[in-house]
Design a protein around this ligand. Structure first.
Ligand code: ATP
Length: 218
């Protein structure tokens, strides 16, 4: 079986080192052949982002430029209608074939909200879910207070990372990945206050933000 392809969706508003380290660690730990960064178009779960989808996507391209295994996939940005992860995964599955292992990558915070995603239980028939969580901890404690349906799926599907390449979809793997205390929200508010964003995101992205005067008036 082929090595899995990772999919990292996000608003990337803007992309930062938290996203990039999550991707880099998952690439190694899950033995992925590639990670596709998929910026959302109009996100179903949040207010409209402050910069255009094309600009968010451009910043992802700048951030991953030169990485041999990272690619940007603009399908959601180019779609006119609202798009859901489940639809994107259906498209990818149709393009890549039934046997290709696919891993939907996310941070622990995103996983604990999975039950609020559109048709979330369908995701397991399309991809594995790979969750980055603090090393040395398990997600066990927090899953206890999650809704029953999410806890059940977690308990039934939890698997080791080497299972990810043995099956095309259906597992949940938790990988110990240090979380950098960086968020796009913090970057946006620093920019609004005219404070430094240096070392929170790649220099090329910071330059793009300054050149286009993004996030200045949020
Ligand atoms: P915002 O602050 O605007 O909510 P964000 O920085 O959390 O944005 P998203 O685009 O919403 O970024 O996140 C995309 C994915 O990246 C999610 O799965 C999220 O869990 C993960 N992620 C975001 N920041 C980090 C971080 N610092 N470390 C690890 N994972 C992260």
């Amino acid at each position: 079986m082929q090595r899995p392809i990772g999919i990292l969706g996000g608003t990337f508003d803007p992309i930062h080192y938290g996203h990039l380290r999550l991707a880099e660690e998952m690439l190694e730990l899950a033995g992925l052949q590639q990670i596709r960064f998929i910026p959302t178009g109009t996100p179903p779960h949040r207010d409209a982002p402050q910069v255009t989808a094309a600009q968010r996507s451009e910043m992802v391209s700048l951030a991953i430029d030169g990485h041999p295994a990272f690619v940007v996939d603009e399908r959601e940005v180019k779609r006119e209608r609202k798009c859901y992860t489940v639809d994107t995964l259906r498209e990818l599955r149709a393009e890549l074939g039934e046997q290709q292992p696919l891993c939907l990558l996310m941070g622990g915070d995103a996983f604990l909200q999975l039950h609020s995603w559109h048709e979330w239980e369908e995701l397991f028939g399309l991809a594995h879910i790979v969750v980055g969580y603090r090393p040395g901890y398990t997600i066990e404690e927090r899953i206890e207070s999650a809704p029953d349906a999410l806890r059940e799926q977690y308990r039934q599907r939890l698997c080791a990372s080497d299972t990810l390449r043995k099956r095309p979809h259906g597992g949940i793997a938790v990988l110990g990945i240090p979380k950098l205390e960086i968020s796009a929200t913090v970057i946006r508010s620093r920019l609004a206050e005219n404070r430094s964003i240096r070392y929170l995101l790649p220099q090329a992205v910071a330059k793009y933000i300054h050149q286009h005067n993004l996030y200045a008036s949020c």
